[in-house]
Ligand binder design. Sequence first.
Ligand code: KIV
Length: 266
Amino acid sequence: MKKVRIHHFAEMKRRGEKITMLTAYDYPTARAFDAAGVDILLVGDSLGDNMLGYDSTVPLTVDEMIPFARAVAKGAEHSFVIADLPFGAYEVSPQQAVESSIRMMKLSGANAIKFEGGRRIAAQVKAVTDAGIPFCGHLGFTPQSENALGGRRIQGRGDGAYDDMLADALALQEAGAFAIVLEMVISPVAEKLSAALDVPTIGIGAGPHTDGQVLVWLDALGVGEWHPSFSKQYGHIGDAMRDGAAAYVSEVKGGQFPTLDHTFDE
Ligand code: KIV
């Protein structure tokens, strides 16, 4: 397997080869997904709710994300690594976006930055890409704006929704984005956007017609209790963890572990 690089994504779109992305937040998970051939590892700000127990992505900071992003970058030999900028790290100005992106890139070793929004953050995207930092966009349901959007709502419904999203997507493309995540966008709109854009789209809850797919790995591999309907479970790791830990507790309490096989001679 060769290292996935930024120019590969446009080539994959041209060839009709789907781009695969999974979130990852630590070194062993990055090693496993890298070995599995996942094209992109996303250190998403879903780290906040999935790994740190926050109620949403909103409280997360750049400083909290950096050690996780660094661990993923260290574990990714072949996969391309994208790190999110969390809420509050880029909205104020293009300068703030560049400073946060440079800090994340320098201290984590990620290959690219992602943050949320369309036309309203196009100046930030332009400044980031002008600074030589690869940028991935994120449209549709944008969890950092959950409060403004009125909760987890499906996007792309209603008159004018497609035109609105297309204007946002084109603004990101023109500002230099190399790909755009479409989250919880109705399938016909995601399909039309994917056909209209030069850059690849990467869907999550956006149907089968995007140029790639991303899932939160804990949803995809069955960790935790909440499994969104648009995801699919490719494993049951939560059950395996509970069963393994319960067997350990039972054997230690019952005296079956450790035995003399699990110790050292004089
Ligand atoms: O933070 C994240 O995990 C994301 C994905 C849902 C695309 O942005």
